[in-house]
Design a protein around this ligand. Structure first.
Ligand code: ADP
Ligand code: MG
Length: 615
């Protein structure tokens, strides 16, 4: 075979594979062009998820008759006047988006050149341009793209469903709108207006318009600056988390990026306060001199490289950790705070130990001697707890004991039948911090994480029921309405038959809510249905493509189990604790929770003696 030069159209079609691999990517390029043209209003109108038609209109500077032709050629750009790749001041610079899009679809561009006052139009079909002609377009630029990928049948075959493409388009517009609050954006899908974001002055208004009021209430303002590098934005409180990192919006110099380093920073900053399967919601903007960051890493420009990654890393982690600590969350993990304590200089406010305000969120601060870091539904302090009517006398007595010795809040139980000690997990003796069961075994002791253990038990029971007649369900007296994004409603409804087998009967309730009619009996009365449904959506989105149905169902079961389990923070009496231990012994795989963490730790007498230097 002889080497030959490929024709221009084929080169563009090949390039299109990277630059515009799906409608959302084409739309990102076109909207970025409008932003670069100084538009203040950008309207996106799509049909069939963008697969059949995309129309982007802006009120930017427009193009002249020669520019409109050049714009469709590869490597033609107005954005690199000095050939300087170190100082990229626009979102575009590669000059290949329009050429790539035009090579694989039918494009029509109409534009009004603000400089000359003339209007022009040109069409291009699978890379073949028609002559430029004058037109009556009044303002800015309108680009209509029809039948994306019709000229590359191989790519056409790999298009996803309309719902999935629409979801990606909405996500793209949302991200761009977060970065450019001074530009108004609209998105219309199949004739319905889906997004309407008027221009606003401050970032916060735009973010709450997109992410909702809940985020506003549950986020912390982040601001830090060092050596010309600026970090700003809003980060969710550790309790405001989701099952996927999809809701982490990260921007570098106004460019939405999906960057491993940045996601890694977020994970590291929240590591002590959040389980590793959970992800905070946040929106962070990093602004730094253009020569400190290389944006020319990937054709879609979604990845970046920093000249000094360690510095950026340090700065982001510190800023996030500081914000988390300032909000009192160092208390949410005693292990975490003592580890952190080891790193803190002696005279920071954090080193003062007992005088820390240990309250969560907006709750009033209480003296640490009464507070503990239970779940949000837990008692704020022990004085309050002792008012609860069902408290057995022993517990009240123990609250009293706890007031005297606050750090050892143990619930001491009556000696129990000696026989229980012969079981592998022994006889329950005490519950510490409303989550850890201490049991005495024949030759040592066992500490059980009651939440992790119960989660596992519920999960195993679910799997058992599933294998028999499906999950037992219990109808709700009145259906629970859960509000959500319209795309999420669609996603969830597609799984309605499977969810019904899982005990959850749902139906659409208007365009952006679902009604839940039943829940699994095992969970009834125990869970927040809203939280469960939102988590199931994340679960479905995360495992949408890859997993088999069985895997998907197991994921959902596991999510449900996690929600319905005894949360840390619930007091149990001796009988309940012993029942849990016996159930664990009888249940396969009960040694670890569904996330792979141990459900119990065993210490032999030998180990204990070693701890005290007796051996
Ligand atoms: P790049 O954005 O990397 O320069 P593109 O292929 O996306 O490459 O666009 C090529 C050129 O077309 C741009 O440099 C710009 O001059 C012009 N252009 C594209 N879209 C618009 C628009 N909406 N308004 C004004 N000019 C545009
Ligand atoms: Mg561009």
């Amino acid at each position: 075979m002889r080497i030959r030069y490929l024709p221009e159209t084929l080169i563009n079609q090949i390039a299109a594979g990277e630059v515009v691999e799906r409608p959302a990517a084409a739309i990102k390029e076109l909207v970025e062009n409008a932003i670069d043209a100084n538009a203040t209003a950008i309207d996106v109108d799509i049909h069939n998820g963008g697969k059949s038609k995309i129309i982007i209109s802006d009120n930017g500077c427009g193009m002249s008759d020669t520019e409109i032709v050049a714009a469709l050629d590869r490597h033609a750009t107005s954005k690199l006047p000095d050939d300087d790749l170190l100082h990229i001041a626009h979102l575009g610079f590669r000059g290949e988006a329009l050429a790539s899009i035009a090579a694989v679809s039918r494009v029509r561009i109409q534009t009004h050149d603000a400089q000359s006052g003339e209007s022009w139009e040109v069409s291009c079909d699978a890379g073949i341009k028609s002559p430029v002609s004058p037109c009556g377009h009044p303002n800015g630029t309108r680009i209509a793209v029809s039948d994306l990928f019709y000229a590359t049948p191989a790519r056409l075959k790999f298009q996803k469903t309309e719902r999935s493409e629409y979801g990606a388009v909405k996500d793209t517009i949302t991200r761009l709108a977060m970065a450019y609050q001074n530009i108004s954006f609209t998105l219309t899908h199949n004739g319905d207006k889906k997004l309407n974001l008027p221009a606003v002055l401050d970032k916060q208004s735009r973010l709450s318009a997109i992410l909702g009021k809940d985020f506003g209430k549950n986020s912390m303002y982040i601001e830090a600056e060092r050596d010309g590098v600026k970090l700003s934005g809003f980060a969710g409180l550790p309790t405001f988390h989701r099952g996927t990192s999809q809701y982490q919006y990260l921007f570098v110099n106004g460019r939405a990026v999906k960057d491993k380093l940045l996601h890694g920073c977020v994970r590291a900053a929240y590591a002590d306060v959040l389980h590793r399967d959970r992800h905070p919601v946040l929106c962070l903007f990093l602004d730094l001199p253009p020569d400190e960051v290389d944006v020319n890493v990937h054709p879609a420009k979604a990845e970046v490289r920093f000249r000094d990654p360690q510095r950026i890393r340090g700065m982001i982690i510190t800023a996030l950790k500081n914000a988390i600590h300032e909000n009192g969350f160092q208390a949410s993990s005693t292990v975490g705070s003592s580890t952190l304590g080891a790193f803190r200089p002696a005279n920071t406010p954090f080193s003062s130990g007992p005088s820390l305000p240990l309250s969560r969120g907006n709750a009033p601060a209480v003296p640490s001697s009464y507070a503990y870091s239970g779940h949000s539904g837990g008692y704020g302090n022990l004085a309050e707890a002792s008012h609860l009517k069902y408290e057995p006398a022993a517990a009240i007595q123990n609250s009293f004991a706890a007031e005297i010795a606050p750090s050892a809040k143990a619930e001491i139980h009556e000696p129990i039948a000696q026989t229980a000690q012969h079981f592998p997990l022994g006889a329950a003796r005490a519950q510490l911090h409303e989550n850890y069961i201490i049991a005495q075994t024949e030759n040592g002791m066992v500490i059980v994480d009651q939440h992790a253990a119960h989660e596992r038990l519920v999960y195993e029971r679910f799997k058992e029921q599933m294998a028999n007649n499906g999950i037992e369900k219990q109808g709700l007296l009145s259906p629970e309405i859960v509000d959500m994004d319209e795309t999420n409603v669609q996603q969830l409804l597609e799984f309605a038959p499977q969810l019904s087998k899982l005990g959850l009967d749902i139906e659409a309730f208007g365009q952006d809510a679902v009604a839940v009619y039943s829940v699994p009996s095992l969970l009834s009365g125990r869970l927040s249905i809203k939280d469960l449904v939102i988590n199931l959506i994340d679960e479905i989105a995360e495992h949408d493509q890859a997993d088999t149905l069985e895997e998907k169902i197991n994921h959902m079961l596991s999510t449900m189990a996690c929600h319905g389990s005894v949360r840390s923070g619930r007091r149990m009496n001796t009988d309940e604790m012993n029942a849990l231990l016996r159930q664990m012994e009888a249940t396969p795989l009960s040694g670890q929770c569904n996330h792979g963490r141990p459900t119990y730790v065993e210490l032999s007498l030998k180990d204990i003696e070693r701890l005290f230097g007796r051996r």
